[in-house]
Each structure stands twice: as structure tokens, then as C-alpha cells.
Design a protein around this ligand. Structure first.
Ligand code: PEP
Length: 258
């Protein structure tokens, strides 16, 4: 059993991406999360920046709030950007960094992720760091080398004493938004690989890092995901916009036996 010395609660995180209007955000958040109060799980909603003010009191309802990105500087002349301190001031607990959609949209993203992680953690935020290979890399059987390079560049220079603020989301790019999730064997293998890479780099202190899965998670596969011991939660895109789907996913993890 690995759970006893790892982050004790599984994380069920909703990534709304660029969906939902600010005026609709409270009613969707509340309808997603009737089951949010639980000792077994932590439920998190990551809406667009424009919705954070409306959702800043979600924690009173047992739901954590997060953002989908932040800038690597704390403040300054960066028109259109949002800082980690601003997110913290809006009661955010988490920020997603390194999502493959952001890496794809911004050619400089890869260079900035390490600095973003450090700034976010120094501002008091927990980080959900996303890594994952493309289909070409998977077909070439190079996924482990690729993920190792991502971890090395983005995480290995962190101080071990900030690792308790880190969640890693293994999100194969070919599974995001495609309806084609990774198989249980692939997920288990990659989670064990990431866990072992962390252990080689940081030693036992890395046990506090939570590792979750993302990529076409929905109500039909959440029981399967919750049955994989190494999976400590999920990052959910499309299905987090559909209350019945998201509640089923919450339920699968709420009822799991570790
Ligand atoms: C995501 O947004 O990180 C994601 C995994 O999306 P989806 O669940 O829609 O595949």
C-alpha cells in the first residue's frame, strides 16, 4: 500500500478550459459538487480567470478553487497576464501549470514552466503540473524518455521541501478531449514510472507528491480509474461541465477502498 504515506485525499479536479459564462459559473459549480464534503477526496474547480471572483467563496461549500495558468513574474508590465499573487488574493488554492493546450498555444511555454511553478508555490499556491506524450511519441515507444525529460526540466531543480505543494497530472495528449482514455496498464505503468523518477531524484520526501490521471475521464471509466491504486485522483475536462458525469466521477473516488 502506498497511500498511507502519500497525500491522503484523492483530488478530483475540474478544468473548465474556456467554457461557461461568468454568470453561469456559480450554479454550475454548486450543481457539480453536492458530494464535495468528504474525508476521502478533495474536489477542485478551475474555471477561467474571469469567473474566479464570483467563485471566491467556494471553499465554504467544501470545494477548492484553482486557475488554469499564471505568469512567472509576481507583478509588472505584462499586459494581459495574471499573477500568482492575484490568484491567491482571490482565494485560489491551486493553479494548473504546463497543460498541453497551453504548451501548444504558446511556443515559449516550455521554457517558462519551471519559473511559473516556483513563483506559484512561493505565492502559497498548490500546483497541478501536467506532463504527457503525443501520439507520435507513444507510437515510437519513447514516452518514458519524453516524460523523464519533462520532469527533469520542469521539476528536478525544485527544493524537496516544496514537494508537498505538488500534484503531477499524467495526461497523454492523445487522450485529451478525444474520448480515448489510456488503458489501465498504460496508466499504472506511467504512474509507477513517474513515482520512481521522483524517488530517484528526491528520495523518500517525494512520497508527498500526488500523481493523478487526465485524458477523457468520464462516468463510464471512473470506476476503472479508481480501481488503480497508483491513481490518486483525476483531472477532468469535458465531463466536468456535465453535473451527472462529474458527480459519478466524484462518487467512484469517494467510495474507493485503498
Ligand atoms: C484536460 O483538460 O486536462 C483534459 C484531460 O480534458 P478531457 O477530460 O476533456 O480529455
Amino acid at each position: 500500500m502506498i497511500h498511507s504515506d502519500l497525500k491522503s485525499r484523492d483530488l478530483i479536479a475540474a478544468n473548465w478550459k474556456m467554457n461557461v459564462l461568468p454568470s453561469e459559473s456559480q450554479s454550475l459549480a454548486f450543481s457539480l459538487c453536492d458530494l464535495a464534503w468528504s474525508e476521502n477526496i478533495e474536489v477542485l474547480i478551475c474555471p477561467p480567470f474571469t469567473h474566479l471572483f464570483a467563485l471566491r467563496d467556494l471553499r465554504k461549500d467544501g470545494i477548492c478553487l484553482g486557475a488554469q495558468d499564471c505568469h512567472e513574474a509576481l507583478k509588472g508590465p505584462y499586459t494581459g497576464e495574471v499573477s500568482a499573487l492575484m490568484l491567491k488574493d482571490l482565494n485560489c488554492d491551486y493553479v494548473i501549470l504546463g497543460h498541453s493546450e497551453r504548451r501548444r498555444m504558446n511556443p515559449h511555454e516550455d521554457q517558462n514552466i519551471h519559473s511559473k511553478i516556483k513563483t506559484a508555490m512561493a505565492s502559497g499556491l498548490n500546483v497541478i503540473y501536467c506532463c504527457g506524450e503525443s501520439l507520435d511519441i507513444r507510437i515510437a515507444n519513447a514516452e518514458k524518455d519524453f516524460i523523464h525529460r519533462q520532469l527533469k526540466k520542469d521539476l528536478f531543480e525544485l527544493e524537496a521541501d516544496v514537494l508537498d505543494k505538488l500534484t503531477i497530472a499524467y495526461e497523454p495528449i492523445w487522450a485529451i478531449g478525444t474520448g480515448k482514455h489510456a488503458t489501465p496498464e498504460q496508466i499504472k505503468e506511467m504512474h509507477l514510472f513517474i513515482r520512481s523518477a521522483l524517488k530517484s531524484q528526491f528520495g523518500l520526501q517525494s512520497n508527498v507528491v500526488r500523481i493523478i490521471y487526465g485524458g477523457s475521464v468520464n462516468a463510464a471509466n471512473s470506476d476503472m480509474l479508481a480501481s488503480i491504486q497508483e491513481v490518486q485522483g483525476v483531472l477532468v475536462g469535458g465531463a466536468s461541465l456535465i453535473p451527472d458525469e462529474f458527480k459519478s466521477i466524484i462518487n467512484s473516488f469517494n467510495q474507493r477502498k485503498n
